[in-house]
Design a protein around this ligand. Structure first.
Ligand SMILES: Cc1cc2nc3c(=O)[nH]c(=O)nc-3n(C[C@H](O)[C@H](O)[C@H](O)COP(=O)(O)OP(=O)(O)OC[C@H]3O[C@@H](n4cnc5c(N)ncnc54)[C@H](O)[C@@H]3O)c2cc1C
Length: 475
C-alpha cells in the first residue's frame, strides 16, 4: 500500500530539505527521503554540505585558525603561551559534534514543518496516473506516490583515473575531514576551493603542503587581481604550488603516496607525501535513483537535464542543486529548492544566477559577486574600477589582519555595480552588502553615500565604492 503525498523530495541536502520545508510552508503534504547515515547508522540529513562539506570544513578551518593565531600572533597582543599543543582527535571530535548539531537541527525543522522524513534510498519505480511511484529502501521498505517529485541527490567527489579513493592515503573531501594526526607531508591535487581550504587546515597544523594544479594559472574563475593577491599571501604562509602539471601516476603501494607528473617545463618529476587529497571537482550523483524507470533524461556528464526553471523532461519532475547545471554551491541549491516549491504552488520562484556569491574560507578569505575584470574586458563592457586596501582600514589594523582589498567594478556610463571582489578578513560576510546592492541594481555611488559603522571592515567596501569615482577619504 503506497503512501500518498503531494510532493516527494529525494535527497535531504541543502537543495532537498529546503525545498521540502518551503513546499510544506505552501500547504503541500510533503515527504523527504535521505539516505545519509551517521556513525551509528541513524539518519544524518543535510547532505554533503552538512556531513562532509561546508559545515565540517568550516569547523576545522576555525580550529586550525585559532591554533595558528595562538602559535604565531598572540605574542603581538602581549599574550604568552607556553607548551602549546594541538589535540587533533579533539578537534575532529568537535567538528563531528558541530555536524551532529546541524543534522539534529534539520530533523527538528522537518518535523516542525510537518514534512514526513524517510531514512533510506529513494528510487523511481514507475509513472502512475497523475504522478510517480517512488520506492524507499531503508530500515523499512516503503512505497510513496506523488504528483511532484523534486530530485536533489547532489554530487560525489571525482577520483583521478587509476587512483581510487581509499580514504586512508588517497582522500576525497570525506577522508580529508577525518585525518586523525597531522601528516608530515600532504599533497593536494587541485587548487580550487576545497583544495585550498583543506590544504590551509593541515598547513596551519604543521603539515608541509604541496598543491598540484593542472591549469597554468591560479584561481582562474576569480578576478585576476584577487587571485594574484591571494596567491602571494598563501605562498608567504608556506603553501607550495605547482601549476600546469600533468599527473601520470599515483602510487599508494608503499608507505605513503608517490605522485608522478610532468611539471610546467615538461620535466618528469615525483612528489612523495604521506597523504594525498584529490580535489579535482565533483560529479552529479544519480546512483540508485533509477532514472531509466521513468525516462528521466541525463546529459553526457551525468547531470539531470533541466531548463531555467529546474523542470526536467518529465511533467511534475524537478531537479535542483549539484545534480543539475550551474555552480556547485549550497546556497545555489537552496535558492533552487525554494524557487521550485514556489513554482509547484503556481508562484513565480526566481533564482538570479548573476548575483550568486562565491566564497573561499581561507585566510585571507576570498569572496566575489558578479563579473570579473577579465570577463568585462572579454565582453567588451566599458567599466570603471575602484579599489581600497585593508591596510588603510582602522578595524583591520586593530584586528591585526590587513591583507587584501575590496575592489568595485562599475559600468562606465551608468555607474551600476557589475562586480565586487574581496580578498581579506571576513570577505565572506562583507560580500553580502554587494549582493544586496547588485540585486537592487545599485550604483557604486549608492554604496559610497551610505553611512557605514566606524570602525568596521565594511568601511573598506564604502571606500572602494568611493574609489570608483577617485575620491577615497582614507587612502
Ligand atoms: C569540502 C567541501 C566544502 C564545501 N564548502 C562549501 C561552502 O563553504 N559553501 C558552499 O556553498 N558550498 C560548499 N560546498 C558545496 C556544497 O556542499 C554543495 O554544493 C551542496 O551540498 C549541494 O547540495 P545538494 O542538496 O544539491 O546536494 P548534497 O548536499 O550532496 O545532498 C544530497 C543528499 O541526497 C542524498 N541522496 C542521494 N541519492 C539519494 C537517493 N537515491 N535516495 C535518498 N537520498 C539520496 C545524499 O545522501 C545527500 O544526503 C562544499 C563541498 C565540499 C565537498
Amino acid at each position: 500500500m503506497s503512501k500518498q503525498f503531494d510532493v516527494v523530495v529525494i535527497g535531504g541536502g541543502p537543495g532537498g530539505y529546503i525545498a521540502a520545508i518551503r513546499a510544506a510552508q505552501l500547504g503541500f503534504n510533503v515527504a523527504c527521503i535521505d539516505e545519509w547515515k551517521n556513525d551509528k547508522g541513524g539518519p544524518a540529513p543535510g547532505g554533503t554540505c552538512t556531513n562532509v562539506g561546508c559545515i565540517p570544513s568550516k569547523a576545522l578551518l576555525q580550529s586550525s585558525e585559532h591554533y595558528e593565531h595562538a602559535a604565531h600572533h598572540f605574542g603581538d597582543h602581549g599574550i604568552t603561551l607556553n607548551d602549546l599543543k594541538m589535540d587533533v582527535s579533539k578537534m575532529v571530535g568537535r567538528k563531528n559534534s558541530v555536524v551532529k548539531q546541524n543534522n539534529d537541527g534539520i530533523l527538528y525543522l522537518l518535523k516542525k514543518n510537518k514534512v514526513s522524513f524517510f531514512h533510506g534510498r529513494g528510487s523511481f519505480a514507475k509513472a502512475v496516473e497523475g504522478g510517480y511511484e517512488i520506492n524507499v529502501a531503508g530500515a523499512a521498505s516503503e512505497v510513496l506516490t506523488a504528483k511532484h517529485v523534486i530530485v536533489a541527490t547532489g554530487s560525489n567527489a571525482r577520483a583521478l583515473p587509476g587512483a581510487a579513493f581509499d580514504e586512508e592515503k588517497i582522500l576525497s573531501n570525506d577522508g580529508a575531514l577525518r585525518i586523525g594526526a597531522v601528516p608530515a607531508r600532504l599533497g593536494v591535487i587541485g587548487s580550487g576551493v576545497i583544495g585550498l581550504e583543506m590544504g590551509s587546515v593541515w598547513r596551519r597544523l604543521g603539515a608541509e603542503v604541496t598543491i598540484l594544479e593542472a591549469m597554468p594559472g591560479f584561481l582562474t574563475a576569480a578576478d585576476e587581481g584577487v587571485a594574484k593577491e591571494a596567491l602571494k599571501a598563501f605562498t608567504k604562509q608556506g603553501l607550495k604550488f605547482e601549476f600546469g602539471v600533468k599527473i601520470s601516476k599515483v602510487d599508494a603501494e608503499g608507505e605513503g603516496v608517490v605522485v608522478s607528473y610532468a611539471n610546467a617545463k615538461g620535466e618528469e618529476v615525483t612528489l612523495a607525501v604521506d597523504k594525498l587529497i584529490v580535489s579535482i571537482g565533483r560529479v552529479a550523483n544519480t546512483i540508485g535513483l533509477n532514472p531509466e524507470a521513468v525516462g528521466l533524461q541525463l546529459d553526457e556528464r551525468g547531470l539531470i537535464v533541466v531548463d531555467a526553471e529546474c523542470k526536467t523532461n518529465l511533467p511534475g519532475v524537478w531537479a535542483v542543486g549539484d545534480v543539475v547545471r550551474g555552480p556547485m554551491l549550497a546556497h545555489k541549491a537552496e535558492e533552487e529548492g525554494v524557487a521550485v516549491a514556489e513554482r509547484i504552488a503556481g508562484q513565480h520562484g526566481h533564482v538570479n544566477f548573476a548575483t550568486i556569491p562565491w566564497v573561499i574560507y581561507t585566510s585571507p578569505e576570498i569572496a566575489w559577486v558578479g563579473r570579473t575584470e577579465q570577463q568585462l574586458k572579454a565582453d567588451g563592457v566599458a567599466y570603471k574600477s575602484g579599489q581600497f586596501p585593508f591596510l588603510a582600514n582602522g578595524r583591520a589594523r586593530a584586528l591585526g589582519d590587513t591583507t587584501g582589498f575590496v575592489k568595485f567594478l562599475a559600468d562606465a556610463t551608468t555607474d551600476e555595480i557589475l562586480g565586487v571582489h574581496i580578498v581579506g578578513p571576513m570577505a565572506s560576510e562583507l560580500i553580502s552588502e554587494a549582493v544586496v546592492a547588485m540585486e537592487f541594481k545599485a550604483s557604486a555611488e549608492d554604496i559610497a553615500r551610505i553611512c557605514h559603522a566606524h570602525p568596521s571592515l565594511s568601511e573598506a567596501t564604502k571606500e572602494a565604492a568611493l574609489a570608483v569615482d577617485k575620491r577615497t577619504l582614507n587612502f
